[in-house]
Design a binder for this molecule. Structure first.
Ligand SMILES: CC(C)(COP(=O)(O)OP(=O)(O)OC[C@H]1O[C@@H](n2cnc3c(N)ncnc32)[C@H](O)[C@@H]1OP(=O)(O)O)[C@@H](O)C(=O)NCCC(=O)NCCS
Length: 193
């Protein structure tokens, strides 16, 4: 069973909900706006930093510009289909990172995030991810989120703990960026209705 497949008690709220408008989210310090194709250039820059991309198990390193462009170009379709909601995090007018929930199905989805190194250590990941988890819980109607991080990425584990995620287990996962198996710590969060 895929990791983010929910148990039988979880219902698929998308069956009864109208499409979710593409809308920005605002926090005290950040603007989060739905991603657009032009964001690919900044994403390529950010993922050209090994310290960022080594923590992203599905990303290639060095990053592949065309693959990233194709990925961003598809984001509006994913949003329309309700399969993924991805936000560019804008700081001082510039994209500093991305927070998304993808793999959506059966009322569940998978949370992810990455930021340029210059933005680390100021609480931005937590602040942005909290806005996105509230959005998918409130506006989209998801009732379960899953997430994971490499064992050597305690900062991400701390972000998840602050968001109320519960550590579930640790599995071996192939990291595309590192080209080797890593220990991946997996988490979930159930939202009561
Ligand atoms: C992981 C990442 C998103 C964190 O971003 P951030 O904006 O620095 O995160 P925050 O400031 O919101 O929170 C980080 C927390 O981790 C803590 N932390 C940082 N480094 C740590 C370490 N080595 N050990 C333990 N805790 C650590 C911070 O103190 C903070 O906790 P606090 O608020 O209780 O003090 C960022 O480092 C990043 O983009 N890394 C590369 C990509 C990545 O790892 N993405 C996640 C993949 S699972």
């Amino acid at each position: 069973m895929p990791w983010n497949t929910p148990g039988p008690a979880v219902t698929d709220n998308r069956m009864t909900m109208a499409p979710v408008p593409r809308q920005p989210l605002r926090t005290d310090r950040l603007l989060l706006r739905p991603t657009k194709a032009a964001d690919a250039a900044r994403a390529f820059e950010i993922q050209s930093d090994w310290e960022v991309t080594r923590m992203l198990a599905q990303a290639s390193f060095p990053p592949d510009r065309q693959e990233i462009e194709r990925w961003f170009a598809d984001h509006p379709n994913e949003w329309a289909a309700g399969s993924a909601y991805r936000f560019a995090v804008v700081l001082d007018g510039r994209m500093a990172g991305l927070v998304d929930v993808d793999g959506i199905g059966g009322g569940a989805g998978s949370l992810g995030y990455w930021f340029e190194r210059a933005a680390w250590g100021r609480g931005y990941a937590f602040e942005a991810a909290r806005a996105v988890t509230r959005f998918v819980s409130g506006d989209v109607g998801l009732v379960k989120l899953v997430a994971g991080h490499a064992q050597d990425n305690p900062a991400s584990g701390r972000v998840l703990a602050k968001l109320g995620f519960r550590r579930v287990d640790t599995v071996d996962l192939f990291s595309r960026s590192r080209n080797e198996y890593i220990s991946q710590c997996r988490y979930d969060r159930l939202d009561e209705r």
